[in-house]
Design a protein around this ligand. Sequence first.
Ligand SMILES: C[S@@+](CC[C@H](N)C(=O)[O-])C[C@H]1O[C@@H](n2cnc3c(N)ncnc32)[C@H](O)[C@@H]1O
Length: 247
Amino acid sequence: LHRDLPREGPGDDGSTERALRLTGILNGDRTNARGVDVLDIGCGPGAQTIVLARETGGSVVALDVHEPFLAVVRRRAAGAALADRIRTVHASMTALPFAHASFDLIWSEGAIFVMGFEPGLRAWRPLLRERGALVVSELSWLAADPPAAARAFWEAAYPGMASRDANRATIERCGYTLVDDFVLPRSSWFTEYFDPLERRIDALTERHARDPAALVQLAAEREEIDVVRRYGDAFGYVFFVMRKAAP
Ligand SMILES: C[S@@+](CC[C@H](N)C(=O)[O-])C[C@H]1O[C@@H](n2cnc3c(N)ncnc32)[C@H](O)[C@@H]1O
C-alpha cells in the first residue's frame, strides 16, 4: 500500500524550507569550518532529506527502520547529485547509534509520534551539540473543543496526541527553547501523501474485492483520509522549531 509513495506523511518542500530558515542553519551561514551535521530521523522515502542536504550544504544521516525506504533515499540522493552528502542508517529511533553531541541539527517529520513527543525530545537532546536545533512535525489539536468524531478517531489512532499549546510547554520542560512553530498547510496532507495513497487504496480495493481481511485494512486507511477531509480544521501537523537550551 505504501510502497513508492513520494511521502509517508503530510509535508511539502516549501514547509521544510520554511522550518529550516527558522533554524538559521542554511548553506553559507556556517558557524564553523567543519560544515553542518544533520540527522533525519524516520526519514521514510526521503523527500525532506534531499531538501536538508541541498539547503544546508551539510552532511545528512537519513535513518529509518524500514530498509526499502532507505533504498529509495539512496536512489533519490544519487538523482539529485547529493549521494556524497547523504548517508543512510538502518536503525531504530529508540536506540540511535551515535555519540553524544554529534549533530548541529536533528530533523524528524511525522515520526516522533512513534516514541511519543516527550520521550523523543528527551532521548534525542544529548545527540545535539551546544545550541543545536531540533525540528519536528507533530500531529496536534488546534481546536479547544474538537468534534467528538475527530476526538474518537485520534484517541484510538494516536492516544498521545496533545494540543499545540501542550506541546509548546513540553518543549520548554525538556530542555529546549522554542524558536517558532507553524501549522502545515492543508494541501500538504493531500498533494504528496493522501492523493497518491487514495489512488492506491482504490486500485487495491478493486483487486482484493473478495478478500475480507484486505478490505478491512483498506477501509481503515481510507477512514483517516475521511477524518482529515471532514474535521481537518480541528487538528493539524505543527512544525516545532527549537534550540537546545543550556543545561
Ligand atoms: C509517517 S512516516 C514519515 C516519513 C517521512 N519523514 C515523511 O515525512 O515522508 C514515519 C516513518 O518513521 C519510520 N519509523 C517507524 N518506526 C521507527 C523506528 N522505531 N525508528 C526509526 N524509524 C521508524 C517509518 O518507517 C516511516 O518511514
